[in-house]
Design a protein around this ligand. Sequence first.
Ligand SMILES: Nc1nc2c(ncn2[C@@H]2O[C@H](COP(=O)(O)OP(=O)(O)OP(=O)(O)O)[C@@H](O)[C@H]2O)c(=O)[nH]1
Ligand SMILES: [Mg+2]
Length: 453
Amino acid sequence: MVFYNASTRELTAKIVYYGPGLCGKTTNLQVLHRHLDPGTAGELLALSTESDRTIYFDLLPVELGDIKGYTIRFQLATVPGQTAFNETRRIVLKGADGIVFVADSQWTMLPKNLESWQSLKENLVENGAAIETIPVVIQYNKRDLPDILSVDAMQEALGFSSYPRVEAVASEGRGVTETFKLISKLTFLDLLRRLQARPPAEGAEAVVAGNPGAAGEPVARPDEAEEERRPPLTLVRSAPEATEAEPETESAAAELSAAAESQPLEPPFAEALEGVSPPAVAELEEKIRTLEKRLEEQAGFLEAAAETAVKAGAQIEEAKLSFARDIAALDRRHEDRVQTLEDRLAAEASRGRSAEETLVEELGRMRERVGRFDEQAAALTRDLRELERAVSEKTAEPRQGPEELKLQLAPLLEEQVRREADESWTAEIERLRQALAESLDDLSERVRKAVRG
Ligand SMILES: Nc1nc2c(ncn2[C@@H]2O[C@H](COP(=O)(O)OP(=O)(O)OP(=O)(O)O)[C@@H](O)[C@H]2O)c(=O)[nH]1
Ligand SMILES: [Mg+2]
């Protein structure tokens, strides 16, 4: 609610920075406090926790000096973004003549932005005001972060397309003064329009209706129930720093003055003035209705999307469990199979070992027999040579008697008998060899099966 002293032509308006928790509202005021000329900005009053979360409000008085014969003052206030402090938000919002809605550009913050925007509208209604009657600027903050939505997507999702906008990185001071200049112009033009519509009596102090609030108090105490939920307070009064004002900020007052003088004004400021004509009001109302409808649609869509996401999450969990069960069963089957194979392999290996031992024994016995056979063969060869020699001697001698011949033939006959015995030995060895070959084949087959298994 603007305060206007007609005798001194002093105008004091209130601009509220609204938005979800940690979106950068306090940072906006801190940057302005640093950048505005010390004669322009007063002390920054911050009522926050030790971790710098606003629990009541931040307040920065700004005096823009004389503009077209009016002394213009703004009181910039922030609300606490934390969901629990809605009552304080509503009270801080009382009497707002202009609103900066600071939206957090991170995609994860979309539902919080929407919730905060809804709470802004509801709180205005509870205060007897309406968003449609107050100048609003949307600041899309945190544009430096990686996981952000495009401004177009945010406008679409939040239904902000018809509001003037500024992209910002408040923590680096970007877009902060632009936002302030835009909202102060719109607020100033709106106040002028309202003052011209209902000029107060000369010398009287006037309150311009539009967003009723507690007279002269930018904020009031929240109710006791809410107070009990609050952490301990830290009161911070920061002295204005003697920093050099930004060139663009220095000219803020001059720009306001020029905005009031120059006709026609550029959009969107022109819209603010044109708003007094009935056709434009009707058009504006139609726009607002369309916007509200879209917002409701978006809210419905978000709710449906959230429900689908919850269902999908449950299905994924169920699928994960069933997958884990399948894997466990597969593991058990695999372990059983491996165990069976190991048992079979061990049995085959033991059978192979005993077959090998038998084979080694057989080979030993055969080697002994072959040794003996070699010795007999050598003896036989020796006897044969002896016999040949004896025969050749006898053939050279005159014919002998039958007795003598018998004596000479006896060893030869014995030798013949021995040779026959040797032939049966050879057959025996051959059989043995064949038996061994079959045992070897059998053994290698078993070993092959065991390894394949
Ligand atoms: N990366 C990034 N961080 C930012 C930006 N603006 C503000 N922050 C950081 O966000 C955090 C919260 O900023 P605040 O200004 O305290 O947020 P707030 O909206 O006042 O929060 P509440 O008081 O809890 O409602 C701080 O650490 C800021 O430095 C930005 O544009 N980019
Ligand atoms: Mg804050």
